[in-house]
Ligand binder design. Structure first.
Ligand SMILES: [Mn+2]
Length: 403
């Protein structure tokens, strides 16, 4: 069978800001290309949405997107089990797991589940489904995002088993040490179940590895959101796998916004050196032609002679009409000024009140040295006003971890 793997669409990313259309336009191109290539079904390894509670405007775009696949002729792929709803099998079926961006605590409905309820996809919530077409069978097992500290335990609990006489695919949405060692990671390639194909979301650039008896693949995101260095050197797109021919093709998107990453390092520099070097770099980057306004990320590292604050406005003045400029200033500066800049940066990224609130809560918890329950779970209870539920969950968490 021919399968498209489209990941981390982050629908609604940057909503209300200059990047608002990117996630929708780029996901749409991926879906339309997959339809054109006549794939038998689509797998989405998580982060369908950018937020756990998307705005109705984002919902409308998402529903339009997922309707594209159901408005065409059936591919003939059917679930083997009668218990699976027939609704997502109109046109091209879509299977999906939840990512960290849409994961919600127990007792709440996440937006991927809501898409299943409306008949747009099959939600693999730590479960598997067998699909069949013309006697060919593919088994897909999905494990939704699990907080990294629990992932090894969860994987052991689930113990996903391959099926006989089927092509076996395992889908997850986690960090993996080999690719992002600087982030919190507990999982390495060796911990993964050796299904014929293992597909991971979460990491936003594409990778393919032949592991001998099995293959490992990451489609990356369809939209630039993490602004990591590796994202700048690789094209956005998705994978199409032909299980009969053993072919793994990466399909590039044409509508993706250009992203340039530049790191400038200084040692004992004057503020004037910093300003002029940054401006030279911007001038150089922007002397090239782009299909649309690029995102330019400047990472400043090293030290300055005097601990003086670098004013972002003086760095980017005159360039901000031609590019979306993000300055990651890691030069030594006074901590209060840096905190103000952090807040300003959050504002310019136009984060929603929710994301802003969560990042403030995370900061405060880490300042207090609290490293118990997942801050995202705590936040979820708080915004829903479920204080009793939160206390209950905390008591449960801490009694479990001390016993
Ligand atoms: Mn993601």
């Amino acid at each position: 069978m021919k399968i498209a793997f489209i990941s981390d669409t982050h629908l609604g990313y940057g909503w209300g800001g200059p990047l608002a259309d990117d996630s929708i336009r780029q996901a749409r191109e991926a879906f339309l290309k997959a339809i054109e290539m006549k794939v038998d079904f689509i797998v989405h390894p998580g982060d369908v949405f950018d937020e756990r509670i998307p705005k109705p405007e984002v919902w409308a775009e998402a529903l339009r997107l997922f309707s594209l696949t159901s408005m065409i002729e059936d591919t003939g792929v059917k679930p083997v089990s009668k218990e699976v709803s027939p609704l997502p099998f109109r046109g091209i079926p879509v299977l999906a797991i939840h990512g960290n961006h849409e994961r919600r605590s127990e007792g709440y409905t996440n937006p991927v589940e809501a898409l299943e309820a409306s008949g747009h996809l099959v939600y693999l919530n730590d479960s598997g489904v067998t699909l069949e077409k013309d006697g060919d069978r593919v088994y897909v097992f999905g494990m939704g995002y699990t907080p990294e500290s629990h992932v090894l335990e969860r994987l052991k609990e689930l113990g996903p088993k391959k099926q006989d006489n089927a092509y076996n695919i395992f889908v997850l949405h986690q960090n993996i040490k080999e690719f992002l060692p600087e982030d919190i990671s507990f999982l390495s390639l060796n911990d993964l179940p050796e299904f014929d194909l293992v597909v991971n979301g979460h990491i936003h650039w594409n990778e393919f590895r032949d592991m001998g008896s099995w293959k490992f693949m990451m489609p990356g995101s369809t939209v630039t959101t993490q602004l990591k260095k590796q994202e700048a050197s690789r094209k956005k797109g998705f994978y199409v796998v032909d299980t009969d021919k053993g072919k793994f093709d990466f399909v590039e998107l044409e509508s993706s916004r250009p992203f340039v990453f530049k790191e400038l390092s200084f040692s004992d520099a004057d503020i004037t050196d910093v300003v002029s070097e940054v401006r030279d770099a911007l001038e150089n980057v922007l002397s090239k032609e782009y299909t649309m306004k690029p995102i330019v990320k400047l990472k400043l590292t090293g030290s300055m002679k005097t601990k003086k604050n670098v004013d972002k406005n003086s760095l980017v003045r005159g360039f901000s009409d031609d590019a979306i400029i993000v300055v990651d200033n890691q030069l030594e500066t006074e901590s209060l000024k840096r905190r103000i800049e952090e807040l300003r940066d959050l504002q310019t990224k136009r984060l929603s009140a929710e994301t802003l609130g969560l990042s403030i809560l995370k900061g405060e918890l880490s300042r207090l040295g609290y490293n118990g329950m997942d801050p995202e779970a705590i936040f979820e209870y708080l915004i829903n006003g479920d204080i009793d539920k939160l206390l209950e969950a905390m008591v449960k968490y801490h009694s479990k971890s001390t016993s």
